[in-house]
Design a protein around this ligand. Structure first.
Ligand code: ZN
Length: 305
């Protein structure tokens, strides 16, 4: 049935005392699937994953599994898990931790000029940029720092204290990419360097997870005995980096180090049965990591409304 005939049919339906025309036609949804945010509790902390959107579909290999000798195994595994190696979307998942007194944003997305949806979804979740009291950057890649400044180079989270691992901050200021020039350099006086293990808010501490970049940092939040580990890019790809212990990404800068870091952190969160979130995992990117064979597997958390 084409649309014209459907509408005629709907009109007849209405004339016959059916539903109002608007309902028969359906209405456009007000937001994206899931609203672009996912709220859940970690003890006394309200956590929110905020989607910065998705990339258009693109090839997964070798970007998300770069070991030359594993390309065929990677491809087979992707197909087995219903992922198209030639056309898969990438997710970008900044996280907000609302501690009541403080609201900490972990990573800032790609920036509005690059299709970033973070600010739109932040507002849908009930927050404005000026509500953010702390911004933590896991590392200096463009999809994590791009949302720090607006189109005029002004800080987006103007009232926030900005924090970043000292090693990564020093590295990127000494080796500035175009994104670093645009988004990080203008704020460098405002960014406080953080060390491994430092508690940046009550119950929230930085955890060194070097390798993806020279000084990549993850965050661990513990509240009322509940745990959330925020990987950033230390987790890599949700399937390949977990299943293949030796896997690395094309954009992992120190490949040997990142393999060791992932082994250490996957073991830690699986033994602790900690809830985790990772920046490029499938939306809403909240779940657990469990041992499986020689490697690990991602188990999504039960979705709660
Ligand atoms: Zn990234």
């Amino acid at each position: 049935m084409d649309r014209r005939r459907f509408l005629t049919g709907a009109g007849l339906f209405l004339a016959a005392g059916g539903l109002p025309l608007g309902r028969a036609q359906g209405r456009a949804p007000k937001g994206v699937n899931g609203g672009g945010f996912y709220r859940f509790r970690v003890g006394g902390i309200q956590a929110v994953v905020l989607s910065d959107g998705q990339s258009p579909p693109g090839p997964l290999l070798p970007n998300w599994g770069a070991n030359p000798e594993l390309q065929e195994a990677f491809r087979r595994t992707l197909v087995e898990h219903f992922l198209d190696p030639e056309a898969t979307r990438n997710n970008f998942n900044p996280v907000l931790l609302d501690l009541g007194e403080a609201r900490l944003l972990v990573d800032t997305g790609r920036g509005a000029g690059s299709g970033g949806r973070l600010l739109a979804h932040l507002e849908l979740a009930g927050y404005l940029p000026e509500d953010i009291t702390h911004v933590f950057l896991t590392h200096g890649h463009p999809d994590h720092i791009g949302g720090l400044v607006d189109g005029e180079g002004r800080p987006v989270f103007a009232k926030a204290e900005h924090l970043m691992g000292r090693v990564d901050l020093e590295f990127w200021l000494q080796n500035p990419s175009p994104a670093v020039q645009r988004a990080l350099v203008p704020l460098k006086e405002r960014i406080r360097p953080v060390e491994d293990g430092e508690e940046i808010l009550p119950g929230v501490r930085a955890v060194a997870s070097f390798g993806h970049t020279p000084g990549h940092m993850s965050l661990e939040a513990i509240s009322e005995g509940k745990r959330l580990f925020i990987f950033g890019d230390a987790a890599g790809h949700y399937l390949l980096s977990l299943r293949f212990p030796q896997a690395y990404l094309a954009f992992d800068m120190d490949k040997a180090q990142v393999v060791r870091t992932r082994a250490r952190l996957f073991q830690k969160v699986s033994e602790e049965r900690s809830l985790i979130t990772a920046y490029h995992f499938p939306w809403p990117a909240v779940g657990y990591i469990r041992r499986e064979g020689e490697g690990y597997a991602f188990v999504p958390a039960f979705f709660e409304f």
